[in-house]
Design a protein around this ligand. Structure first.
Ligand SMILES: Cc1cc2nc3c(=O)[nH]c(=O)nc-3n(C[C@H](O)[C@H](O)[C@H](O)COP(=O)(O)O)c2cc1C
Length: 208
Protein backbone atom coordinates (compact mmCIF):
# COMPACT_ATOMS: atom_id res chain seq x y z
CA UNK A 1 0.00 0.00 0.00
CA UNK A 2 1.09 3.55 -0.69
CA UNK A 3 3.06 5.65 1.75
CA UNK A 4 2.64 9.41 1.47
CA UNK A 5 4.99 11.92 3.07
CA UNK A 6 3.30 15.25 3.83
CA UNK A 7 5.86 18.06 4.13
CA UNK A 8 5.15 21.69 5.05
CA UNK A 9 7.68 24.49 4.75
CA UNK A 10 5.65 27.60 5.62
CA UNK A 11 6.75 29.40 8.77
CA UNK A 12 3.24 30.84 9.09
CA UNK A 13 1.53 28.45 11.49
CA UNK A 14 -1.82 30.33 11.51
CA UNK A 15 -2.75 31.80 8.11
CA UNK A 16 -0.59 29.87 5.64
CA UNK A 17 -2.03 29.22 2.18
CA UNK A 18 0.25 26.28 1.47
CA UNK A 19 -0.49 24.59 4.80
CA UNK A 20 -4.24 24.99 4.20
CA UNK A 21 -4.06 23.50 0.69
CA UNK A 22 -1.59 20.70 1.47
CA UNK A 23 -3.46 19.53 4.58
CA UNK A 24 -6.86 19.85 2.85
CA UNK A 25 -5.57 17.68 0.02
CA UNK A 26 -3.97 15.06 2.29
CA UNK A 27 -7.17 14.75 4.35
CA UNK A 28 -9.20 14.09 1.18
CA UNK A 29 -6.62 11.75 -0.34
CA UNK A 30 -6.53 9.76 2.91
CA UNK A 31 -10.29 9.17 2.67
CA UNK A 32 -9.89 7.86 -0.89
CA UNK A 33 -6.88 5.71 0.18
CA UNK A 34 -7.77 4.34 3.61
CA UNK A 35 -5.02 1.70 3.59
CA UNK A 36 -2.24 4.23 2.94
CA UNK A 37 0.36 5.24 5.50
CA UNK A 38 0.77 8.99 5.96
CA UNK A 39 4.03 10.38 7.31
CA UNK A 40 4.41 13.98 8.44
CA UNK A 41 7.41 16.33 8.28
CA UNK A 42 6.94 19.94 9.42
CA UNK A 43 10.02 21.98 8.53
CA UNK A 44 8.89 25.05 10.51
CA UNK A 45 8.13 23.22 13.75
CA UNK A 46 11.31 21.10 13.44
CA UNK A 47 13.77 22.93 11.15
CA UNK A 48 16.51 20.64 9.80
CA UNK A 49 19.90 21.80 11.10
CA UNK A 50 22.41 23.37 8.72
CA UNK A 51 25.32 21.16 7.73
CA UNK A 52 28.51 21.33 9.82
CA UNK A 53 32.20 20.77 9.18
CA UNK A 54 31.94 17.48 11.14
CA UNK A 55 29.07 16.37 8.88
CA UNK A 56 31.06 16.98 5.70
CA UNK A 57 34.08 15.16 7.16
CA UNK A 58 31.83 12.26 8.17
CA UNK A 59 30.41 11.70 4.68
CA UNK A 60 33.98 11.65 3.29
CA UNK A 61 35.03 9.02 5.86
CA UNK A 62 34.39 5.28 5.57
CA UNK A 63 31.61 4.20 7.99
CA UNK A 64 33.83 1.79 9.98
CA UNK A 65 36.44 4.44 10.82
CA UNK A 66 34.13 7.37 11.66
CA UNK A 67 34.64 8.99 15.07
CA UNK A 68 31.71 9.07 17.54
CA UNK A 69 31.25 12.80 16.74
CA UNK A 70 31.16 12.04 12.99
CA UNK A 71 28.61 9.26 13.52
CA UNK A 72 26.45 11.63 15.59
CA UNK A 73 26.69 14.31 12.92
CA UNK A 74 24.97 11.97 10.43
CA UNK A 75 22.08 10.86 12.62
CA UNK A 76 19.60 13.56 11.55
CA UNK A 77 20.43 13.05 7.89
CA UNK A 78 19.97 9.28 8.19
CA UNK A 79 16.63 9.62 9.98
CA UNK A 80 15.29 12.22 7.51
CA UNK A 81 16.42 10.29 4.47
CA UNK A 82 15.07 6.96 5.81
CA UNK A 83 11.70 8.66 6.27
CA UNK A 84 11.88 10.27 2.81
CA UNK A 85 12.73 6.98 1.10
CA UNK A 86 9.98 5.10 2.96
CA UNK A 87 7.45 7.08 0.92
CA UNK A 88 6.70 7.03 -2.78
CA UNK A 89 4.30 9.96 -2.84
CA UNK A 90 5.06 13.44 -1.57
CA UNK A 91 2.69 16.33 -0.90
CA UNK A 92 4.58 19.53 -0.15
CA UNK A 93 3.32 22.92 1.02
CA UNK A 94 5.87 25.26 -0.55
CA UNK A 95 5.83 29.06 -0.06
CA UNK A 96 8.06 31.23 -2.23
CA UNK A 97 10.80 32.91 -0.18
CA UNK A 98 13.11 35.34 -1.99
CA UNK A 99 12.20 33.98 -5.41
CA UNK A 100 12.82 30.35 -4.52
CA UNK A 101 12.27 27.68 -1.85
CA UNK A 102 12.43 28.56 1.88
CA UNK A 103 15.80 28.03 3.60
CA UNK A 104 14.33 25.26 5.79
CA UNK A 105 13.45 23.28 2.66
CA UNK A 106 16.95 23.83 1.25
CA UNK A 107 18.39 22.62 4.56
CA UNK A 108 16.14 19.54 4.28
CA UNK A 109 17.41 18.85 0.75
CA UNK A 110 21.01 19.15 1.96
CA UNK A 111 20.30 16.58 4.69
CA UNK A 112 18.42 14.11 2.48
CA UNK A 113 19.55 14.34 -1.15
CA UNK A 114 22.80 12.39 -0.92
CA UNK A 115 24.71 10.04 -3.20
CA UNK A 116 23.63 6.44 -2.78
CA UNK A 117 20.19 7.51 -1.57
CA UNK A 118 18.62 9.70 -4.28
CA UNK A 119 21.25 9.43 -7.02
CA UNK A 120 24.35 7.38 -7.77
CA UNK A 121 27.50 7.96 -9.76
CA UNK A 122 27.96 5.94 -12.92
CA UNK A 123 30.72 5.72 -15.53
CA UNK A 124 28.76 8.18 -17.65
CA UNK A 125 27.89 10.65 -14.89
CA UNK A 126 24.93 10.36 -12.54
CA UNK A 127 21.81 8.25 -12.34
CA UNK A 128 18.72 9.28 -10.37
CA UNK A 129 17.23 6.78 -7.93
CA UNK A 130 13.79 8.33 -7.39
CA UNK A 131 12.09 7.33 -10.64
CA UNK A 132 8.45 6.30 -10.23
CA UNK A 133 7.87 8.53 -7.19
CA UNK A 134 5.20 11.22 -7.44
CA UNK A 135 5.38 14.79 -6.14
CA UNK A 136 2.57 17.29 -5.62
CA UNK A 137 3.54 20.83 -4.61
CA UNK A 138 1.10 23.43 -3.28
CA UNK A 139 2.92 26.68 -4.01
CA UNK A 140 2.02 30.21 -2.86
CA UNK A 141 3.74 33.36 -4.10
CA UNK A 142 3.22 36.92 -2.88
CA UNK A 143 3.35 38.47 -6.38
CA UNK A 144 2.29 37.29 -9.85
CA UNK A 145 4.74 35.05 -11.73
CA UNK A 146 2.35 33.60 -14.32
CA UNK A 147 3.48 33.13 -17.91
CA UNK A 148 3.52 36.47 -19.73
CA UNK A 149 3.78 38.64 -16.60
CA UNK A 150 6.84 40.90 -15.96
CA UNK A 151 8.03 38.68 -13.08
CA UNK A 152 7.57 35.32 -14.84
CA UNK A 153 11.30 34.83 -15.48
CA UNK A 154 12.16 35.70 -11.85
CA UNK A 155 10.48 32.55 -10.53
CA UNK A 156 13.27 30.21 -9.42
CA UNK A 157 11.07 28.03 -7.24
CA UNK A 158 9.32 25.74 -9.71
CA UNK A 159 12.35 25.55 -12.07
CA UNK A 160 14.58 24.62 -9.09
CA UNK A 161 12.26 21.83 -7.95
CA UNK A 162 11.91 20.48 -11.50
CA UNK A 163 15.69 20.34 -11.99
CA UNK A 164 16.33 18.88 -8.51
CA UNK A 165 13.88 16.05 -9.10
CA UNK A 166 14.87 15.50 -12.73
CA UNK A 167 18.46 15.04 -11.52
CA UNK A 168 17.13 12.34 -9.19
CA UNK A 169 15.34 10.55 -12.04
CA UNK A 170 11.78 11.78 -11.46
CA UNK A 171 9.85 12.18 -14.69
CA UNK A 172 8.28 15.60 -15.27
CA UNK A 173 4.88 13.91 -15.64
CA UNK A 174 5.17 12.75 -12.01
CA UNK A 175 5.61 16.32 -10.71
CA UNK A 176 2.48 18.45 -10.23
CA UNK A 177 2.36 22.09 -9.18
CA UNK A 178 -0.81 23.70 -7.88
CA UNK A 179 0.21 27.34 -7.62
CA UNK A 180 -1.36 30.46 -6.17
CA UNK A 181 -0.12 33.88 -7.30
CA UNK A 182 -0.64 37.33 -5.79
CA UNK A 183 -1.06 35.96 -2.26
CA UNK A 184 0.03 39.32 -0.79
CA UNK A 185 -2.59 41.34 -2.66
CA UNK A 186 -5.20 42.93 -0.33
CA UNK A 187 -7.85 40.64 -1.81
CA UNK A 188 -5.74 37.49 -1.28
CA UNK A 189 -4.52 34.99 -3.86
CA UNK A 190 -5.68 35.27 -7.47
CA UNK A 191 -9.25 33.96 -7.73
CA UNK A 192 -8.63 32.11 -10.99
CA UNK A 193 -5.69 30.30 -9.38
CA UNK A 194 -7.85 29.40 -6.39
CA UNK A 195 -10.62 28.02 -8.61
CA UNK A 196 -8.06 26.01 -10.60
CA UNK A 197 -6.52 24.72 -7.36
CA UNK A 198 -9.93 23.63 -6.05
CA UNK A 199 -10.74 21.69 -9.19
CA UNK A 200 -7.24 20.12 -9.31
CA UNK A 201 -7.65 19.01 -5.68
CA UNK A 202 -11.05 17.46 -6.48
CA UNK A 203 -9.53 15.47 -9.31
CA UNK A 204 -6.18 14.62 -7.66
CA UNK A 205 -7.75 13.51 -4.36
CA UNK A 206 -9.52 10.72 -6.27
CA UNK A 207 -7.00 9.80 -8.96
CA UNK A 208 -3.46 10.72 -7.81
C1 LIG B 1 10.82 35.54 4.08
C2 LIG B 1 9.80 35.69 2.98
C3 LIG B 1 10.22 35.91 1.69
C4 LIG B 1 9.29 36.06 0.67
N1 LIG B 1 9.75 36.25 -0.61
C5 LIG B 1 8.85 36.38 -1.61
C6 LIG B 1 9.31 36.57 -2.95
O1 LIG B 1 10.49 36.59 -3.26
N2 LIG B 1 8.38 36.71 -3.92
C7 LIG B 1 7.04 36.69 -3.65
O2 LIG B 1 6.25 36.80 -4.58
N3 LIG B 1 6.58 36.49 -2.40
C8 LIG B 1 7.46 36.35 -1.37
N4 LIG B 1 7.01 36.16 -0.10
C9 LIG B 1 5.56 36.06 0.13
C10 LIG B 1 5.11 34.60 0.21
O3 LIG B 1 5.53 33.86 -0.91
C11 LIG B 1 3.60 34.55 0.31
O4 LIG B 1 3.17 35.29 1.44
C12 LIG B 1 3.09 33.11 0.41
O5 LIG B 1 1.68 33.14 0.48
C13 LIG B 1 3.64 32.40 1.63
O6 LIG B 1 3.08 31.12 1.72
P1 LIG B 1 2.25 30.70 3.01
O7 LIG B 1 1.00 31.56 2.99
O8 LIG B 1 1.94 29.27 2.87
O9 LIG B 1 3.11 31.00 4.20
C14 LIG B 1 7.91 36.00 0.95
C15 LIG B 1 7.49 35.76 2.26
C16 LIG B 1 8.42 35.61 3.27
C17 LIG B 1 7.95 35.33 4.68
Amino acid sequence: MATLLHIDASVDLQGSNTRRWSSGFVARWAVANPQATILRRDLAREPPPPLTETFVRAIKTAPDVRSPAERDALLVSQALSDEFLAAERYVVGMPMHILTVPSTFKAYVEQVFHEGRVFKKTKGGFEGLLSGRKFLFFVSKGADYRHGTPLASFDMLEPYLLKLLAFCGVSQSDITFVSLNNALSPTGPDKTDEATAASRVDDLARHW
